[in-house]
Design a protein around this ligand. Structure first.
Ligand SMILES: *Cc1c(COP(=O)(O)O)cnc(C)c1O
Length: 389
């Protein structure tokens, strides 16, 4: 797709001239040579004042890490470049805006066992790794990921307690592996984890939430695919942000997963100045559908501390959704959702679409036009339930 191939080739020739294809295409080489500090970035990118300042002061918090592969997609001259803004820190992260928290989803309150978040009865979030290939600057779990970077994750003791919890709770029919990024784990560790989960009779579905195939497509190897394929039904949620991420390498990685029979869906965070245009999102969602990925969620950016510069007003989000809904295939339209603080969980939001009038419902389409009265036997109770103002 729109990968500026020539500039990417020259990026590699210029900055990694002695690195052969074998190394470049090896995910471990990509991990080992990831950019993590001022020196690394300064060599490849003309840093802005705000970026340099953020990279030069050592503060507690979310580390910085970018694979050489993904660094090749960043515009070295433009600090406002969408992908660059998502992974290179700036001083804006130090600004704390009203309503922000370090645990915006109150996940710690819903953690009955280490590394388990159990908020919905029939499914559970299992945080199997604290590490990612790249740290998104708007990360909801910035309070906990990336610590002890950048050695290999020590996770061998982790699954046991989580597996015990899942085994003991029979209402859990779906396990979502997240983190961190589960695909940062070795094939052998993943295989063991998936085997243990599959041995639990009430676990019907396993879902892996990951950005690795997007920022480290080299991770999707025939060996990984063989492991995943053994443990069907296994679904994958891919964190995708912008159409510029859909390169030839990513296409190859998604194709390998889809060809293995792994249903793919995407989750996207709505980000100011990055993907908050209808044309950008449409290009992303259409591109994903062509790669057999179904757009699943578009999330309002969680109010994690220091993320105010990324947040889009909900009104704008609703406008974008309305525009998408009326101008393209329903398959290309994800669910727009907010995960508000407190215990509500994810709440899908849509522009006003339903009101009660007399004994009928009135539906409102995406253009704001009201339908004729729609008779519904329960309309009376519907209108009684509405909050009195
Ligand atoms: C998002 C989330 C899920 C999955 O929700 P779906 O709507 O099924 O995608 C499960 N558990 C927790 C704690 C979550 O935050």
């Amino acid at each position: 797709m729109r990968c500026k191939f020539s500039s990417r080739v020259s990026f590699r020739e210029r900055h990694f001239p002695d690195v052969g294809d074998d190394e470049w295409n090896d995910w471990r080489w990509q991990r080992k040579n990831s950019l993590k500090n001022l020196e690394d970035f300064r060599r490849l990118i003309h840093l802005s004042e705000g970026e340099r300042s953020a990279l030069s002061s050592v503060i507690e918090g979310l580390p910085t890490l970018v694979t050489p592969y993904y660094a090749g997609l960043l515009d070295p001259h433009d600090p406002e470049h969408p992908l660059r803004r998502t992974v290179v820190p700036t001083v804006a992260e130090r600004v704390h805006s009203p309503g922000e928290r370090n645990d915006p989803l109150s996940e710690e309150d819903y953690s009955p066992a280490p590394h388990i978040v159990h908020r919905y009865a029939d499914r559970v979030l299992f945080l199997v790794s604290d590490h990612c290939a790249v740290y998104c600057r708007y990360c909801t779990r910035s309070r906990r990921v990336g610590r002890g970077q950048t050695g290999e994750p020590a996770i061998e003791d982790r699954p046991a307690s989580g597996i015990e919890y899942i085994r003991a709770n029979h209402e859990i029919r779906e396990v979502l592996l997240s983190g961190g990024d589960p695909l940062i784990l070795d094939d052998g560790v993943l295989d063991k984890l998936l085997t243990d989960l599959r041995e639990i009779e009430h676990v019907e579905i396993i879902r892996i939430g990951t950005k690795a195939p997007v920022v480290l497509p080299q991770r999707v190897t025939p060996s990984l695919v063989r492991v995943l394929k053994k443990h069907q039904p296994l679904w994958m949620s891919l964190h995708c942000t912008h159409p510029a991420e859909l390169t030839g390498e990513v296409r190859r990685a998604f194709e390998m997963l889809a060809d293995a029979g792994i249903p793919l869906q995407s989750q996207t965070v709505l980000l100011r100045g990055i993907n908050d245009e209808v044309s950008t999102l449409k290009e992303l969602f259409h591109g994903l559908l062509r790669l057999r990925v179904r757009p699943y969620y578009l999330f309002q950016c969680d109010p994690v501390e220091g993320s105010g510069h990324f947040r889009v007003p909900v009104k704008r989000g609703l406008e974008i959704m309305a525009n998408l809904r009326r101008s393209t295939s329903g398959m290309a339209v994800p669910v727009y959702a907010i995960d508000p603080p407190g215990d509500g969980g994810k709440i899908p939001i849509m522009g006003g679409c339903l009101t009660a009038r007399g004994e009928s419902l009135v539906l409102v389409n995406e253009r704001g036009e009201e339908s004729g009265p729609y008779h519904d036997d329960a309309t009376l109770s519907f209108s009684l339930k509405r909050r009195k103002t």
